[in-house]
Design a protein around this ligand. Structure first.
Ligand SMILES: Cc1cc2nc3c(=O)[nH]c(=O)nc-3n(C[C@H](O)[C@H](O)[C@H](O)COP(=O)(O)O)c2cc1C
Length: 164
C-alpha cells in the first residue's frame, strides 16, 4: 500500500499535520510539499492520495488548487483523503473546506479532516502580523492544532478494506 501526501504550508502547521499523518499511516508514505519539494510527481503510482493545505485570507494555496485541477480525474480513482488547517471553527471552517475541495472529490473521500490551526506570529512577515493582530487580536504564537482529529483521520485511512 503506497500513500502520497501532497500539501502546502505557509508557516509549518499543515506540514506538521502531514508529518503526524506520515508517522501514523500504514504502508509506504511519501509526503511532498508542493511549494518547496522539487520532485517529479506521479500520483498514478499511489493507491492513496491525501491532499492538504491551509487557509489564508479565505483561500487554500494556489498550488493545491492547481494539483486538484491537474489530476482531478485520476484522483477519482484513488483512495482519497482531504485535510485543511485553519483557525476558524464551526460553519466557517466547513465553508472554507467546501470551497477548497470540489464536491466530487469530497464525495469520493475516505476521510476528510479539519485539523484546526496555529497562528505562528514568530514566523510571519510584517504584513501578516498586522493582519492577525487586527483580525484575531493575536500578537504571540498560539496553537489550536487538533491532534485528535489528525489521529482519527489516520485511523479512518488505515481501516479501509484492502484487496489481497
Ligand atoms: C495572514 C493570515 C490570514 C489567515 N486567514 C485565515 C482565514 O481567512 N481563515 C482561517 O480560518 N484561518 C486563517 N488564517 C489562519 C491559518 O489558516 C492558520 O495560521 C494555519 O494554521 C496556517 O497553516 P500553515 O502554517 O500550514 O500555512 C490566516 C493566517 C494568516 C497568517
Amino acid at each position: 500500500m503506497k500513500t502520497l501526501i501532497v500539501y502546502c504550508s505557509s508557516h509549518g502547521t499543515a506540514e506538521k499535520a502531514a508529518r503526524i499523518l506520515s508517522e501514523n499511516l500504514e504502508g509506504e508514505v511519501l509526503a511532498v510539499d508542493l511549494r518547496r519539494d522539487k520532485v517529479n510527481l506521479n500520483p498514478e503510482e499511489y493507491d492513496t492520495v491525501i491532499i492538504g493545505g491551509s487557509i489564508h485570507a479565505g483561500s487554500i494555496q494556489g498550488k493545491v488548487k492547481h494539483f486538484i485541477v491537474k489530476y482531478h480525474d485520476l484522483l477519482l480513482d484513488k483512495d482519497l483523503g482531504l485535510f485543511l488547517c485553519c483557525m476558524r471553527r464551526g460553519d466557517t471552517a466547513i465553508e472554507q473546506f467546501n470551497q477548497s475541495f470540489p464536491i466530487n472529490l469530497r464525495k469520493n473521500s475516505v476521510a476528510m479532516g479539519l485539523f484546526g490551526g496555529e497562528l505562528l506570529v514568530s514566523k510571519m512577515n510584517f504584513f501578516e502580523r498586522q493582519v492577525v493582530k487586527r483580525v484575531d487580536g493575536v500578537t504571540e504564537d498560539v496553537s489550536d492544532l487538533d491532534i485528535r482529529a489528525i489521529m482519527e483521520f489516520a485511523s479512518r485511512m488505515n481501516s479501509r478494506p484492502v484487496l489481497v
